[in-house]
Design a protein around this ligand. Structure first.
Ligand SMILES: [Zn+2]
Length: 257
């Protein structure tokens, strides 16, 4: 009886440490299944934030969303490795530059004890700097806010720490974030980096929320905006000259086909 209890407890512990269900679709005996891995690199999905090209590895929906949430909640290495493949594709589609992470919210860090973006960046064998959160007069999670509220809450919420600012002054940098939703946080990251004297040349994200019908999101109004991973692999360092500047991407032309 005792032995059975111990075995059951060990099995439960093992299933937590080494998940045996796909975090994306629940398929058995694999942490992230092949089908979900394919979805995680389903983009790149392109856009622009304040004239800075954005490349996300996939749309934030379905299994992609589930894997990202699992990585954020549990810090699973298998999930982080699967997401790292998408991050690598997003980074390869942007100009080569130093990477600067958007940090977890203070609340998220306290609750989880780790920074999911840092985890994925490490899994991608990339080095990165990190922005820091500036203590805010408007506490609360971005995901609970509307677009206008997000914009307002994000303003002035990020800064580049002095050591990073000294090291990166005058150099091109790429922002790395997990999920780009309204673009408010990415825009704030771009602002903070410019304020620190850096030149943001791209934003790489694990996923981007799909365009909402009639919404006010900052994504191109044209249908599509996707290019195939194959095309991206053939042109790994191609800059994105045909993305024009402009607030909220209103002046975007389609990047992909
Ligand atoms: Zn799966």
């Amino acid at each position: 009886m005792l032995r059975e209890t111990v075995v059951a407890a060990a099995r439960e512990a093992a299933s937590v440490l080494w998940p045996v269900e796909c975090a994306g679709c629940g398929a058995l005996d694999v942490a992230v299944c092949a089908a979900c891995r394919t979805l995680l690199v389903g983009g790149p999905v392109r856009g622009s934030v304040d004239g800075v090209p954005l490349v996300a590895a996939a749309e934030y929906e379905g299994a992609v969303r589930s894997v990202i949430l699992a990585c954020k909640e549990r810090g699973g290495r298998a999930e982080a490795r699967a997401l790292a493949a998408g991050l690598a594709i997003a980074l390869a589609a942007l100009p080569e530059a130093e990477r600067v992470r958007v940090p977890s919210s203070g609340e998220g860090m306290r609750r989880r004890g780790f920074d999911p973006v840092a985890l994925v960046v490490r899994a991608a064998r990339e080095r990165s700097w990190a922005l820091r959160r500036v203590p805010s007069a408007r506490p609360g999670a971005q995901k609970e806010r509307g677009v206008v509220e997000r914009e307002r809450a994000a303003a002035g919420s990020l800064a580049l720490p002095p050591r990073a600012a000294r090291a990166l002054a005058g150099t091109p940098v790429v922002v790395v974030d997990d999920v780009v939703t309204s673009g408010a946080t990415a825009r704030e990251a771009v602002r903070a980096l410019r304020a620190a004297g850096c030149a943001p040349v791209g934003i790489a994200a694990l996923a981007r929320t799909p365009r909402r019908l009639g919404g006010t999101l900052a994504w191109p109004a044209a249908a599509g905006g996707r290019v195939s991973a194959r095309k991206s692999a053939q042109q790994p360092l191609a800059p994105t000259p045909n993305i024009s500047g402009g607030q909220d991407g209103h002046h975007l032309r389609r990047q992909g086909r």
